[in-house]
Design a protein around this ligand. Sequence first.
Ligand code: GLA
Length: 749
Amino acid sequence: MGIQFNSATGVFALETAHTSYHMQVDERGHLLHLYYGRTIGQGNLSALYPRADHGFSPDYYACRRERGVSPDVLPQEYTGCNVGDFRLSCLVVRNEAGAAGADFVYVSHRIESGKYALEGLPSAHAETGDEVSTLCITLRDFVTGLELDLLYGVFADQDIITRAARLRNNGTESLRLEKVASLCLDLPFGQWDLIHFHGRHAMERQMQRTPLASAIQTVSSTRGASSHHHNPFVILCDRDATETAGLCYGMMLVYSGSHRTDIEVDQNGSTRLVSGIHDERFSWQLKPGESFTAPEALLCCTTSGLTDLSQRYQHFVRHNICRSPYRFKRRPVLINNWEATYFQFNTESICRIAEKAASLGVEMLVLDDGWFGKRNDDNSGLGDWFVNEEKLPGGLKPLIERINALGMKFGIWVEPEMISEDSDLYRAHHDWALTLPGRDPAMGRDQLVLDMGRQEVVDYLVEVLSDLLRNNHIEYVKWDMNRNMSDVYSRALPPERQGEVAHRYMLGVYRLLDTLTTRFPQVLFEGCAGGGGRFDAGMLAYFPQIWCSDDTDAIERLIIQHGTSFGYPISAMGAHVSACPNHQTGRTTPLWTRAVVAMSGTFGYELDLGKLSEEECHQVRQQIETFKQLYDVIQNGRYYRLSDPSRQLRYTAWQTVTDTESLVSLVLTHPEANARPLHLCLQGLEEDALYRVESLRIYGTTSTPENGAADADAYAGAVYSGSTLMYAGYTLPRMVGDFPSVQLHLVRV
Ligand code: GLA
């Protein structure tokens, strides 16, 4: 395992536990991609790519007579620019004469143990005990003097290879980068399905699977955020790959801004994936001596199907991307006042919610939007991070003291990257907002976006937020971002640097987050962007959890959390029990079903608990107890999707498994008349081990003995082998009614 270079053949071999990744420096010094997939050892792969002439695929100048040596046909590790490869390119670079061109050849390489870091950008890190090595291959374009470092981090046991690219202007002329991808991945053979995660506000990360066409398919965001619309994570898999079998490749960007992943199937049936920062309106001035780093991407390959791919990403994101001390800790069960009060609250009403919550076992109160500035609706106040004493007389301190006296922690909402026109901050610094000269800006939620690329804006926010956290006993911060970026223009940059604004924004956000999370390691940070509008590995480097969606409807959440699970761990998914009828969909679901779904996330409440009946309060108490009991198996277990909500309309089921227990959760989404048996084959158990049904809990069913209800207690205590549960399966009792749910808890005996 690790990284080898064979100087005789020019082959680099990156080996992880189950995969090989090979490249070769060819006779002319170009770096060819050879192979990525299941482990193959040290075979000679040159025969895979016979040098044959392809019409209209130009040859390198030196090969103009022999023909058949074209960058348009051979798999490339990272493309040049404008030199004969007509497929997707990684780079567009122009010199001062406006000539676009780069042709990279090998100069040197370095192999080191440990993982490289990227300055100013989030990236994966090695944990103690991880076997990780770094390869840096340096290539040069001898005409412009542009140097390219291709960086590879090989996480042997995780089967993850990280990639990044760094460009350095070692020439004498100024260069202009108009596109810089993080990576190119050529899959010269095979036919693939593309899986990606699309959506909209309040319905994020819906999984969609389509066969690749002989065309270019794009998954992207130009919104200045990774977005609700297309997550920066895609999977290419065998046409017949399933959850449990088949070759799958994943590509996840560690970036939170505008991104673009293109996948092309070319004239020869070869597939190329190119991914990185979106190039629309992007350009970057690279003066001699300056460098530019493209964000990191996480590659994973498995031959064991989608579940294995997901488990690898879930584990990697939690262990090697998240850095927060909270990533392995149980987070406090919280009550958030947003859906309970919206902007209408004061110290007394918040304390009433907190008192009720504390009496039911809730551990933290989160004060959401509206506590600061002149913020009685969403038209004003953003930027003024000073308490609104009309709502909270005496400030935050007396409120926090009362919350703490109840034995609860206190958390708070902020949206630091934004500014309202009606705010003191805007009146003092209107040039800090992104707006176009001479035009009225497009408004999102009546607010503007701060120019986070400006040093003084970030410095200001560091100080204001540090004061807030230093002067108040705040143990949790919900960091929101509630509009996308338009009118992208900075008053602080010269004309030739205006193409840099959107990426400089992200660098500023990362600097701010890095400073605050380092300065306040005891604070639990939760990311949010109108729900899951920035649910990506870049944000997860700072936030161990992100509010999954503004859609809190349990049934819609099944689809959102299912899609999210393909790349991200349960411990990262913010999920709350909210009121019914649900505020987004108007649907009514049983309180317990809402809890079963929210428990497969960070678990909390977001409703006026004072409006619950005695019986419902009792249920809340039990839910919190159940969550605590099942915490380890839910949050630390390996995660299995037992259904696909886009195909299996009757129910959604999922399972988590540790070495000692397993929990199967199921929500019945479409009850049937004269119902067929509800039968599941479990996964991930030890074939020969025995499992006892510790409990079978059925929630929200209106079944009676007459219509087939079973006595759930009668199921407890039965013992089955793992192989029985996985291959013969398990049949659940009949349930009827609107959205009943089940928790089947198995303990290994
Ligand atoms: C966003 C969040 C919500 C809430 C509101 C407050 O929409 O996703 O949870 O915090 O902002 O304005």
